[in-house]
Design a protein around this ligand. Sequence first.
Ligand code: ADP
Ligand code: ZN
Length: 729
Amino acid sequence: MIRQFDEGDLIGVLTTQPLDKVLDYRAPEGGCLTGAFVEVPLGPRKVLGVVWGPGEGGYDLSKVRSVIRVLDAIPMRDEMREFLIRAGEYTLTPMPAMLRLATRSPGLGDPPSMRNVYRLGSARPDRMTDARTRVIGVLQDYGGLAFTLGELAEQAAVTPSVIKGLVKQNVVLEEQSPRDLPYPRLEAGPSRYTLTDEQERAAASLRAGVEAGDYGTTLLKGVTGSGKTEVYLEAVAACLAKGRQALVLLPEIALTAEFLSRVEERFGARPAEWHSGVTMTERRRCWQMVGEGGANLVVGARSALFLPFRDLGLIVVDEEHDTSYKQEDGVLYNARDMAVLRASITGAQVVLASATPSLESWANAEAGKYKRLELTARVGAAVMPELAAIDMRDEVLPSNRWISEALAGEVRTRIEQGEQALLFLNRRGYAPVTICRACGHQIGCDHCDARMVEHRFLKRLVCHQCGESKPIPAKCPSCEAEDRLAPVGPGVERLGEETTALFPEARVAVLSSDLFGSARALKAQIEAIAAGEADIIIGTQLVAKGHNFPLLTLVGVIDADLGLQGSDLRAAERTFQLMRQVAGRAGRADKPGVALLQTYQPEHPVIRAILSGEEEAFWRAEAGERQAAGVPPYGRMAGIVLSSPDVQQVFDLGGEMARRDMPLRRIGAQVFGPAPAPIARIRGRHRVRLLVKAAKGAPLQAALSEWVGQFRLKGDLRLSVDIDPQSFY
Ligand code: ADP
Ligand code: ZN
């Protein structure tokens, strides 16, 4: 409940500092409301906080300090506060860390900074030049609109000095205007297309949900190219028409470029953006405007979920199965699940869109918790690609070659037909391992239990765990033999080399996140490829997501078995999703596509399911296995990782935790471990892991808090709890 506090009242303030309680302060001059963002003194510092409620009191009140000032931002709404509390309880995250997620706006609370803008004045210039005529022309054309210096110079094709010259003569006026301007209101024009019957049915159902204005989650499942985006944009249109705000979450920055132009086309302007590629100024503007209602559509990455929406009516989570929705450091949350939580609090609709849903969402739809809408056919002439295996046991490949004769033949045919082929390998760099042929030593990272990956493009060995890199040595670091180090296995860079050797005439493009300095450069490359400026594309999972390459008719998966190794409980699910996504890149326009999977185990059930395309059968079998094992989504799990530079210390604590497991046993949960984590050392810290398994309905969080609360973390020990772990490392 919002409450007004008067000057001098005792109030509790939640700060972003890692303290385990709300601190007492006195309300400042002019008073304040619950939810107000404030600056408070903490020791010698000034820190950010939110007025949480009345103060606790019960001690010497003469020492209580006053709030320094109330910040110029809309107070946190009750709905947001409840979301933070419940998300914190779910993920076992202390509230200060939750508050940090909700205040990731640079310069929050600064008065809106001003900037210079330029508009037409009434004076005449002393003499006219072509450049001056253009400047005046632009300002007249736009009838009184103000420009920034850069914008005006660009529009008029003049240097800024021309404009400054006109300012001196009062021909052009220089004025100050606040930087945080509202975004243009988006209003949906009609769809470019006549929706297919299937699309229309799905759109009608989503519209009805948005119209009702209450909570509901829908799984929108449809093969790649079936028109899902078009359908959920209908829901966005309905939401905006109702005057509420909409949020579209996308997994990768690279995806937004294509998406933004599509939104612009449909809604007449660009939406607000929130992701790591956005400038500080724009982030600040987005945060402020979302809160004030000056932005009605936000397109963003997972953290956009913590923006202070004024009236959120719809959250779309596109590619909902994508693993990047799980934040793997700091606060360990899954944006897909948190979207559902936020929507249920605020009375909004959630659309989870995917061609290959997560087993979690599939199971929720099966159980009737989510509505399920399906698009079964691709729109237009496009049909689903044909899938086949290439049995690598029958192929004879010389060493250090990975493209089979069969696959090479197909690639050749495409090039001759002026089409594109994609060779998919989910491994960055040149070679995953560098080995000394004299002594067998494999070059590892000095700080992690991981091998260094050769990146020939960067001319360095890189640790994919900690990012540490070093030059490729000439001598073996172990036996000092010279020139005996050899790369083992392929990465995309090496595959690129093989491809160029096999097809010397072809234009080969290697797409891997680390080969581009910026998201912009990557985007440019993707657009060039879509326009036909490459014959063969080599790519990591970056290319599996959402890009449209109309000329692409062949997908060759170099190692379909790659993801099936390892002990991850989601290995089968992930491989299935990834392979279906990659295959879906082929034949998106009018020419049919083919996807070929190189595999050494074509009879593996997952490979068979991918090839047969019998998705429901796959989900059912996978669900059956998880049910039998009592693992998510049919049981609950939490991963606990202990880390310290001291290996003995982590094992000692791990052992003690496993022994003193009464709080867990009380709810019927089991503890496994301690065991060395799959990556037993990262950045010099030894890592030990415990796994907790509980039945689906068990009160896991409460039991975990009580259990973990029994132990004191001495020295440099760190403990992290990951509810519903997605990756096991
Ligand atoms: P998805 O999100 O399922 O991959 P999209 O919505 O991106 O599918 O649609 C795939 C392609 O088909 C896009 O280029 C889109 O513009 C086009 N499209 C979508 N719906 C229709 C339609 N009803 N008629 C014609 N083209 C359509
Ligand atoms: Zn490392």
